[in-house]
Structure formats: structure tokens, C-alpha cells
Design a protein around this ligand. Structure first.
Ligand SMILES: Nc1ncnc2c1ncn2[C@@H]1O[C@H](COP(=O)(O)OP(=O)(O)O)[C@@H](O)[C@H]1O
Ligand SMILES: [Mg+2]
Length: 238
């Protein structure tokens, strides 16, 4: 037994011959929220893709003690890893309802799917009002809520969030991050959040890693990084 849900050691990743990650180590505690911060191009998206088997990697990735680095994405999803990709990845021509049903496709516990369907509408009441609308007609914030909701319909143990604040108004972002906290605390869903919005992510997360061109340059508790003015100034720009 371990209190670590995701443990990544010596992670390398590449696209063709281009190496992008150069030996990253990081972890997510059970029930915890880890954030990986970094500028555009640092390798944040690639890190999440690596965890769910979407890029070529070397290194070890353990999910609750089980090695997953050689598994197919589909198998990793079935083990409880849900990915909210950058650019949200909802089906724009499907209704809100249809997007949520697609999210539950891997599940056989159909009665509980109905409960979870109601639960996500509890988190995001606006989606209930819009359930018969095509996703493409939603605002950016509503589409992000739908993308998160669709991932929640997998009943994940680990939620991978790729820059959920991107392109959204500050007020909407704050609301969304409050709901992330509620989901984490109420449903016990662990999260790996990658963000450029450092101040926001450091308030939500318990641990943080700063990524620069595929290498972790600083890591620690979110609190220690938040309180380290030198780190904030040199790496986070605030
Ligand atoms: N499909 C791809 N093919 C080749 N290079 C890529 C691809 N996707 C990303 N890269 C490169 O990998 C590096 C890291 O990208 P990415 O993981 O998207 O960074 P971030 O999400 O932090 O902005 C960048 O230099 C980017 O140009
Ligand atoms: Mg990215």
C-alpha cells in the first residue's frame, strides 16, 4: 500500500526524433492535486499525453503501483485516468447530453452512470439547462465545464487537466477552480493540473513542479513555492 496514486520516474518523451521531455520525476498523491507549471512549449501537454500513452516515452509510470507506460490509451482510461485535453476536445456537433453519454462509454455500471449524470449537473447547473444544445453553441467557459463533466462521467481516479483556464475570463476561471476543489474533496478524485496560470494553480494544488524545456527545475509543496519570492519572480513571473 502506498499513498501515491501516480509515480513517474525518469520520464522521457519524443515526437519522431525530437526529444521533448528529458527525465522528469513527479508524483500525485491519492486524493491530492499536483500542478505542473511552465511557459508555452515547456512540455506540459506532452507530459499529460505521456501519462495516458499518447506519445513515445521511456521511463516508468506507476498508477497505484501498477506499471502503465506500455499500455494503450484505452487500457489506461479503463484504469481510471481521464484526460481533459487542451482545446477542451468536446464533440461540437453533439449535444451536451450526447457528450456526457460518450464520456461514460467504458462503464458497465449503467445505474451509477445515471447518478453521475445528475452529479455533474449538480456541479454545473448551466449544463443541465443547455443539455439539448449542441456543444458548439456553448460559451468557452461552458465548453470547458462540459469537457470536465465528460471526463467525470468516466468515474476517474485521476483527472488530467490541460490548461483549463486557457482563454477564459477571470471570473469564470475562479468559478471553475472552486468546482475542481469541490470535486477533489467530495469525490476524492486526484488531479494532475498543468497550467500557465501559476498563481491560480498554486492555490488549488498541494504539490507543484516547475518545468523548463522538458526538465523539472523546481519542485515542492505548493505552499513553499507560493511563498518563495525568488522562485516566483524568476520562474513564474508574478
Ligand atoms: N506533435 C508534435 N510534433 C513535434 N513536436 C511537438 C509536437 N507537439 C509538441 N511539440 C513540441 O514539443 C515541445 C513541448 O510542447 P508541449 O508539450 O505542447 O508544451 P506546452 O504544453 O508546455 O506548451 C515544444 O517544443 C513543441 O514545439
Ligand atoms: Mg500545452
Amino acid at each position: 500500500m502506498t499513498d501515491v496514486l501516480l509515480k513517474v520516474t525518469g520520464l522521457h518523451a519524443q515526437y519522431g526524433n525530437t526529444r521533448v521531455l528529458h527525465g522528469m520525476d513527479f508524483e500525485v498523491r491519492k486524493g491530492g492535486i499536483t500542478t505542473i507549471l511552465g511557459a508555452n512549449g515547456a512540455g506540459k501537454t506532452t507530459t499529460l499525453r505521456a501519462v495516458c500513452g499518447m506519445v513515445r516515452t521511456q521511463g516508468e509510470i506507476l498508477l497505484d503501483g501498477e506499471r502503465i507506460e506500455d499500455k494503450a490509451t484505452e487500457a489506461i482510461v479503463r484504469m481510471g485516468v481521464a484526460h481533459v485535453p487542451d482545446g477542451r476536445g468536446t464533440f461540437l456537433n453533439f449535444t451536451v447530453d450526447e457528450n456526457l453519454r460518450v464520456g461514460a462509454y467504458t462503464r458497465s455500471d449503467k445505474a451509477q452512470v445515471q447518478d453521475d449524470y445528475e452529479r455533474v449537473f449538480g456541479y454545473f447547473p448551466i449544463l443541465k439547462q443547455r443539455r439539448r444544445q449542441q456543444a458548439g453553441t456553448l460559451s468557452g467557459g461552458e465548453q470547458q465545464m462540459l469537457a470536465v463533466s465528460r471526463a467525470l462521467m468516466l468515474k476517474p481516479r485521476l483527472l488530467l487537466l490541460d490548461e483549463p483556464s486557457f482563454g477564459l475570463a477571470p471570473l469564470i476561471v475562479r468559478e471553475l477552480f472552486e468546482i475542481f476543489r469541490t470535486i477533489n474533496q467530495r469525490d476524492g478524485i486526484s488531479m494532475l493540473l498543468v497550467e500557465q496560470n501559476a498563481s491560480l494553480a498554486l492555490k488549488l494544488a498541494d504539490h507543484a513542479y516547475l518545468l523548463e524545456t522538458g526538465r523539472v527545475v523546481v519542485s515542492g509543496t505548493a505552499e513553499s513555492i507560493r511563498n518563495d519570492e525568488a522562485v516566483r519572480r524568476s520562474y513564474l513571473g508574478y
